[in-house]
Design a protein around this ligand. Structure first.
Ligand SMILES: Nc1ncnc2c1ncn2[C@@H]1O[C@H](COP(=O)(O)OP(=O)(O)OP(=O)(O)O)[C@@H](O)[C@H]1O
Length: 238
């Protein structure tokens, strides 16, 4: 498998706070990769830096072999990488269809937008039913579907999901993980930040464990499930 994303010595800072301290990792085409670790370990900062939502302090990011360090989100989506951010962040006073349309902002061809809508509505029939409704009136689970659907509208090669199961009922969480597998079946490569470690490791091929802005363990999902480093990362021990 070839490397779709390659990250070298990535660092992210917020003023004096070093949120990510020089990490290296790669994501190969067709993989599902889990980013694990306690709150504040630097996982969201990493994803946000990859898509240009926070600045890269130092290091380099290569996507499909091209140096995309510091590219703006509006360039990265058409290039094939999108993020479904933590906390859903849908536009409550826009309709479901309008929210989705924003994810395809770079697509001007009407037929291409229509087929992107169709694909998302096929994955999430409830969004089709509610397409004219304000997004703010959707349930938490439906807003999560909408956030993922919006990220899919640009037809990404690499989809980054930040805590897709956060705040969802257990039954819905299972659907999120089924969706992740289904997307992989459609040729999407996925990186997933997840607090639900057991389920993340069930669906992922590999994982990286973050602690204090560094990657403290990496390996196959099966190996990480047995890892003491993973356990101590959640206890804040690393
Ligand atoms: N916008 C910001 N301004 C200042 N500090 C920030 C900001 N965002 C994150 N941080 C800090 O950077 C560090 C890493 O946070 P980050 O959100 O990347 O971790 P995380 O592993 O994704 O955790 P979480 O699951 O809580 O999002 C933390 O110390 C956090 O407080």
């Amino acid at each position: 498998m070839t490397s779709l994303l390659s990250v070298q010595s990535l660092a992210v800072s917020y003023g004096p706070i070093e949120a990510v301290r020089g990490i290296d990792f790669e994501i190969k085409e067709g993989e599902i990769v889990a980013f694990l670790g306690a709150n504040g370990a630097g996982k969201s900062s990493t994803l946000n830096a990859l898509v240009g939502l926070v600045p890269v302090a130092s290091g380099a990011v290569y996507f499909k072999g091209k140096d995309i360090t510091d590219w703006a989100p509006e360039l990265l989506a058409p290039a094939g990488m999108t993020l479904s951010p933590e906390g859903r962040r849908v536009f409550g006073s826009l309709s479901v269809a309008e929210n989705l349309r924003m994810g395809a902002f770079a697509i001007t061809d009407k037929a291409a937008v229509k087929s992107a809508w169709d694909r998302v509505y096929d994955l999430f029939p409830i969004l089709h039913e509610r397409r004219d409704q304000f997004a703010g009136t959707l349930s938490g689970g439906q807003q999560q579907m909408l956030a993922v659907g919006r990220a899919l509208m640009s037809n990404p090669k690499l989809l980054l999901l930040d805590e897709p199961s956060l705040g969802l009922a257990p039954k819905i969480i299972g659907q999120v993980f089924e969706l992740i597998e289904r997307l992989r079946g459609q040729g999407v490569t996925l990186a997933v930040v997840e607090q639900n470690v057991a389920m993340a490791l069930e669906v992922a091929d590999r994982g990286y464990v973050f602690a204090n802005g560094q990657i403290v363990a990496a390996g196959s999902a099966a190996d990480l499930a047995q890892s003491d480093t993973l356990k101590s990362a959640y206890l804040g021990g690393e």
